[in-house]
Ligand binder design. Structure first.
Ligand code: GDD
Ligand code: MN
Length: 396
C-alpha cells in the first residue's frame, strides 16, 4: 500500500491510498465521487473492469462517506488487479465543495491525461466509457458529455418531479449563460470525460453537484462533443440530492456570473437589507415605545442590528469551509466597524432630521444605505479576509 500526502487543504492533510498500484501510467482516470455507496462498489468495479477492456485505467474514488464504503472499496479492489484503484477519503472537515469539491480533489491527483467523471450508483453505465474515451483520445476533442437530453437518450432514472426540477435548473442556466451553453444539450449531467491539460483547475471554486457546468463556463474554449446515454435507476442506496443542492446551484450560477466577490456582495446586501428591517424596527420601538431620544435609539438599534448582521454574515455569506477560529475577534471587529460607521451616520441623521426636517426613520435608512457599500468592502478585506482555501498542487 502506498500513501501519498497532499497539501490540498492547508490546515489538514488528505491522504491518497493506492490500493492496487502498478507502475504503468494509466491512459484514463475514472473519477468516482462516493458518499455512502457501500452497496454499489462491488457491482460497479465488476462492470468497470469488464467495460474498460484494454484501456489502461485507474479508478480514483473520492469518498466522503460516513458508512463503510472505504472498507468495501479496499476489500473489493483486490479482485480487480488489472486496474489501479486509489482511494481518497476526505475527513468531514476536508469536504469542501461537496460533490464538486470531491471531483476537483480527484482531478488534482489523477495520473492519466483524461479524466472520466462518473456517479458511483450505476446510473451512469460503465459500458459507455470506451466510446467516450475513443471520442477524445487522439482526437481534437477536450470534453465528451454523456447527455440525458438528446433524442436518443433515455432518462428512466428520473421520476416526473426530478425531470421537472432538472428541466427548470437547465433553463435557468441557459438564461444566464445563453451563449456559453449553445450546442450543449445537458450541461448538468454528472457523466463526462475531460482532457486534463485543457482545463485550468486553479480557476475552479466548486460548489455542489454541477461541476460540469463550472467546467464549461470556466473553460470556454473546450472542444466539446456529446453522446446520448441511458440514465438508469440507482442500483442501491439513496440519492444525495436535496434542497440544499438547489441553493448551492443558484449560488454557483451567481458566482460563475458575477465572481465569488460579486456573489458575496449580493448575499451581504441581502443580509444588510434584513438588518435594516431589524434596525428600523428597533429604532421605532426604542423611540416610540421606550421614549428614548432618537439619536440614542439610533445607537441602540445599531447594537441590535450589528449582532443580527454578524451572525448571518458569519454563518452564511462568509461561511466557506475554513476552520472557524477567531469568531469573537471577528465579532469585535464587526462591532467596532458598525459603531465607527455610527460616527459617520450620526451626523448625517442629525442633519437630515433636525436640520432638514426629514422623518427620523427615513434619515436613518438613508444613512444605512450610504454605509452599505463601504461596510461590505471593509468586511470583505478586513474581517473575513480570505486566504486561498485550496492550494495549487503538482499532480505527480
Ligand atoms: N465525495 C462525494 N461527496 N460524493 C458525493 C457527494 C459528496 O458530497 N454527494 C453525492 N456524491 C456522490 C454519490 O455517492 C454518487 O456516487 C454521485 O455523487 C451522484 O450522487 P447521487 O446522490 O446519486 O445524485 P443524483 O443521482 O441525485 O444526481 C445525479 O444526476 C444529476 C442530474 O440529474 C448526479 O450525476 C448529478 O451530478 C447530476 O447533476
Ligand atoms: Mn444517482
Amino acid at each position: 500500500m502506498l500513501i501519498e500526502t497532499l497539501p490540498e487543504v492547508p490546515s489538514s492533510k488528505i491522504q491518497v491510498e493506492s490500493i492496487n498500484f502498478r507502475e504503468i501510467k494509466p491512459a484514463l482516470t475514472l473519477l468516482i465521487p462516493t458518499k455512502n455507496e457501500s452497496g454499489n462498489i462491488e457491482l460497479l468495479l465488476s462492470r468497470i473492469s469488464q467495460a474498460v477492456g484494454a484501456i489502461q485505467t485507474e479508478v480514483v474514488f473520492v469518498d466522503d462517506s460516513s458508512d463503510n464504503t472505504p472498507e468495501i472499496i479496499r476489500e473489493t479492489a483486490d479482485r480487480y488487479c488489472s486496474i489501479d484503484i486509489r482511494l481518497l477519503h476526505r475527513q468531514p472537515e476536508e469536504r469542501l465543495g461537496g460533490l464538486g469539491g470531491a471531483v476537483l480533489a480527484g482531478m488534482r491527483v489523477a495520473r492519466a491525461p483524461f479524466v472520466c467523471v462518473m456517479d458511483g450508483d450505476l446510473q451512469h453505465p460503465p459500458e459507455l466509457i470506451p466510446e467516450m474515451f475513443a471520442l477524445a483520445d487522439g482526437q481534437p476533442v477536450d470534453l465528451v458529455i454523456a447527455s440525458r437530453r438528446k433524442s436518443e437518450s433515455n432518462t428512466s432514472g428520473l421520476n416526473t418531479l426530478r425531470t421537472v426540477i432538472s428541466r427548470g435548473l437547465d433553463l435557468i442556466a441557459r438564461m444566464i449563460f445563453l451563449r456559453e451553453l449553445h450546442g450543449v444539450s445537458d450541461p448538468l449531467t454528472g457523466f463526462f470525460l475531460v482532457r486534463l491539460d485543457a482545463i485550468d483547475l486553479e480557476r475552479f471554486h466548486p460548489q455542489g453537484f454541477k461541476i460540469l457546468l463550472e467546467t464549461i463556463i470556466r473553460n470556454p474554449r473546450l472542444r466539446k462533443v456529446e453522446l446520448a446515454f441511458h440514465f438508469g435507476s440507482r442500483n442501491a442506496g439513496k440519492s444525495k440530492a436535496s434542497s440544499r443542492e438547489a441553493y448551492e446551484y443558484v449560488s454557483l450560477l451567481l458566482s460563475l456570473r458575477f465572481g465569488t466577490r460579486g456573489l458575496h456582495f449580493i448575499e451581504f446586501a441581502i443580509v444588510g437589507a434584513s438588518g435594516i428591517l431589524v434596525n428600523t424596527f428597533a429604532l421605532a420601538f426604542a423611540t416610540e415605545v421606550l421614549k428614548i431620544y432618537y439619536l440614542i435609539s439610533v445607537a441602540l438599534a445599531t447594537v441590535i442590528s450589528s449582532t443580527w448582521n454578524f451572525f448571518l454574515t458569519e454563518g452564511w455569506v462568509f461561511s466557506f469551509g475554513k476552520v472557524r477560529s477567531g469568531r469573537w475577534k471577528r465579532f469585535v471587529l464587526f462591532f467596532v466597524m458598525n459603531n465607527l460607521a455610527l460616527l459617520v451616520r450620526g451626523p448625517i441623521i442629525y442633519v437630515l432630521t433636525s436640520l432638514a426636517g426629514m422623518y427620523y426613520l427615513i434619515s436613518n435608512l438613508i444613512s444605512l444605505g450610504i454605509m452599505t457599500v463601504l461596510r461590505y468592502l471593509l468586511a470583505d478585506t478586513w474581517i473575513w479576509s480570505r486566504k486561498q482555501s485550496v492550494q495549487p498542487l503538482n499532480r505527480e
